[in-house]
Ligand binder design. Structure first.
Ligand code: F6R
Length: 240
């Protein structure tokens, strides 16, 4: 594991954007795995800025996102498809046909296998970007998830459902399931890059990367990845 210490959120975002940008310069047709959530927003803004300045070209890049709510159409403003377009894809020259997010409206029987086949056909993931949940989840792989799964359907925890209720008109509208790349899909990426900031992530960073590898802390498996880079700001790295 490579640990990169950033001073603050902006520094973390710029360092991570530099690594993604270097990957695209080295391999213009790279397959980049992307994440939603609040942590990558700064790095997406940085990538957009460098694209506008002519420093990055996304015309041959393929992206595959980690996860999507089951049952939400792409047009729903809480879907991860919508999030990614609003915060990145609508502002860069990526080809629409090269953008992939699990289809929330697909059937649970086929969605996972189809997404894994798509990743394989694209040549596998060159660089997978991740955030981490305060319970150690990566994608929607919650504590206790099997390490050997590819993309699959998960039941969201009561906590996640109630946390998400603020984004919906009522708790009944909050999706109860999601599709997520599994730990196996993530571990198969050639490089993994995690961004983490804030003091509320400090304890889980210590447990995940300086404690035992256990399904109870899903991100801990990344200790076994041959090319894993963690970029944290000073607060997130304050317990190590
Ligand atoms: C997002 C995802 C999640 C987030 C994690 C951290 O696609 O898969 O695992 O990375 O929940 O979220 P934030 O960045 O909002 O703290």
């Amino acid at each position: 594991m490579k640990l990169i210490r950033a001073t603050d959120y902006q520094d973390m975002s710029r360092k991570a954007a530099n690594i993604i940008s270097a990957q695209i310069i080295m391999k213009p047709n790279a397959v980049i795995g992307l994440a939603t959530g609040s942590t990558p927003l700064g790095l997406y803004a940085q990538l957009i800025d460098w694209y506008r300045k002519g420093d990055i070209d996304f015309s041959q890049v393929t992206t595959v996102n980690l996860d999507e709510y089951r049952g939400l159409p792409r047009t729903h403003d809480q879907s991860y498809w919508y999030f990614m377009h609003k915060n990145l894809f609508d502002h860069i020259n990526i080809k629409p046909e090269n953008v992939h997010v699990p289809n929330g409206m697909a059937s649970a029987e086929t969605a996972g296998a189809e997404y894994d086949a798509l990743i394989e056909q694209a040549g596998g993931i060159d660089l997978q970007l991740l955030g981490i949940g305060s319970d150690g989840h990566i994608g929607f792989n919650e504590p206790g998830s099997a390490f050997e799964l590819g993309t699959h359907c998960v039941d969201l925890t009561e906590k996640t459902i109630s946390d998400n209720a603020r984004f919906f008109a009522s708790i009944d509208e909050v999706p109860k399931q999601a599709y997520t790349m599994g730990i196996k899909s993530i571990m198969q990426a050639r490089k993994v890059l995690m961004v983490v900031n804030g003091v509320n992530k400090a304890e889980i960073v210590r447990q995940a990367f300086f404690g035992p590898v256990t399904p109870e802390v899903p991100a801990s498996i990344l200790q076994m990845h041959p090319d894993f880079t963690l970029i944290g700001d000073a607060e997130a790295l304050s317990h190590i």
